[in-house]
Design a protein around this ligand. Structure first.
Ligand SMILES: *Cc1c(COP(=O)(O)O)cnc(C)c1O
Length: 429
């Protein structure tokens, strides 16, 4: 499979797409076409393990650039934790994507990406740049920690992420550098883009670990198949509600759909940073500055993967609407959902999962149909302990691998929103 840059349609190999991150023309890479998986794959999908599903799906994306045995081992390593499909209530399931090392779904993308990148880099030194509103940074740090030859620079907005999130991305040292930026997430994202586009920095082999990198999205399509495999026995059509910020997760779902996964509909669930739900209802795409919310990993004012979704739908609003619905919710609604779901069904949502839950319920109510609904539960509730404990009026049990982060010292480099200073740091460290 070849990959093309969205703007100028330049064709590159998967290796180039992964190494470059962002295309030379400043746009993102897309698979040239997404071939469907054979019917035989779906026929006995319910009997396959998660790494087996991952292998079949990944093969479509990487072709013969990686020997089957190497790819198989990679997937065994990446997917070495459970992704349970838990029943919340009648016909509504939670796809629990938070059982990895940093307790967020981004572990899956970051772990696969680190392995793919180090395989394709063939020993050449690289610098990985990542802007984060919370969970990306820690997942990327954990995924790349001590990977030889790869330096990682994490840009995060000062004071805009939870103390625990900050710990999770600043305690690493070694090849991981945490840059605390006196600005918003959008500033961080803009600075990262600028670093990646800088000609002078090219000789340092910079690349991005944000969901602009196609290798983050590939493994995120696996678990849509996995969820389908677990629910196939119900013989009901499936709706996925995806709590979205940069829309990498949802785009990966669309890849799965293009590969033949039977999906009735995708719900784009957001907080008040509602650019995509607004686009779906008005046809106008109006990026704007992000606003801070309780589901802060989705505080994005200009979702980077929108251009990928647009490419998939040929920029056609009707095509978008045929497969996607959008809903958005306030912090008050989010807290009420966490409260109610805990009280009525004994299930504890994190703020992002709660937004997905609200989106799913809104759609099921609007459509009035009998479907299986799956929310993507993207973070462990203990990662957002203040919000969750306040909402459920009870204490949470904190998993050991989360509390371990608290004991360690943070190592940070503070910067104003100043491209020159940051560029110098990346050059010299
Ligand atoms: C990153 C993140 C999201 C948003 O995912 P996108 O792929 O950027 O849409 C949702 N929830 C959590 C917990 C996240 O960390």
């Amino acid at each position: 499979m070849q990959y093309l840059s969205i703007k100028t349609q330049e064709l590159v190999s998967i290796k180039q797409a992964v190494i470059n991150g962002l295309a030379g023309d400043g746009s993102l890479y897309m698979p040239e076409n997404i071939p469907p998986l054979p019917p035989s794959f779906f026929r006995d999908i319910q009997n396959k393990t998660l790494p087996e599903i991952g292998f079949e799906v990944a093969k479509q994306f990487v072709g013969n650039t990686i020997p089957p045995k190497v790819l198989e081992d990679m997937l065994e390593e990446v997917l070495n934790f459970d992704i349970p499909v838990s029943l919340i209530r009648d016909s509504i399931y939670s796809l629990e994507l938070f059982h990895g090392p940093t307790l967020a779904f981004k572990d899956i993308g970051a772990r696969f990406m680190a392995r793919l990148m180090s395989y394709y880099a063939e020993g050449q030194p690289m610098k990985v740049i990542v802007a984060t509103s919370g969970d990306t940074g820690s997942a990327v740090a954990a995924g790349f920690y001590k990977v030889p030859g790869i330096q990682v620079y994490i840009l995060y907005p000062k004071g805009k992420i939870s103390p625990l999130q900050e710990k999770q991305l600043t305690i690493w040292g070694h090849n991981i550098k945490a840059l605390e930026i006196e600005g918003t997430f959008d500033d961080c994202q803009a600075l990262a883009k600028q670093l990646l586009a800088d000609r002078e920095l090219r000789k340092y082999h910079l690349t991005s670990a944000n969901s602009i990198n196609i290798s983050r999205l590939i493994p995120q399509s696996f678990y849509y198949f996995w969820a389908y495999a677990q629910l196939k026995k119900n013989h009901k059509k499936i709706v996925f509600s995806v709590p979205s910020g940069n829309f990498g997760n949802l785009t990966a779902g669309l890849f799965a759909y293009k590969m033949g996964l039977p999906v009735e509909r995708f719900i784009a669930s957001t907080n008040i940073n509602n650019i995509v739900p607004k686009y779906l209802s008005t046809g106008e795409y109006k990026p704007r500055a992000s606003k801070s919310t309780l589901s802060n990993a989705m505080d994005v004012g200009n979702p980077s993967n929108f251009e990928r979704m647009k490419a998939l739908f040929d920029g056609n609003l009707d095509q978008f609407k045929a497969l996607m619905s959008g809903y958005y919710f306030t912090d008050e609604q989010t807290q009420a959902a966490i409260h109610n779901v805990h009280k009525e069904f004994g299930y504890i949502l994190d703020p992002h999962g709660a937004v997905a839950y609200l989106g799913l319920c809104a759609y099921l109510k609007d459509s009035g149909r009998n479907l299986n609904g799956v929310i993507l539960e993207t973070a462990h509730p203990a990662k957002f302990i203040e919000t969750v404990e306040k909402s459920i009026s009870a204490r949470l049990v904190i998993p050991a691998r989360l509390s371990e982060f608290k004991q360690k010292e943070k190592i940070v480099h503070l910067f104003p929103v100043d491209f020159r200073q940051i560029k110098d740091f990346v050059k010299t460290s």
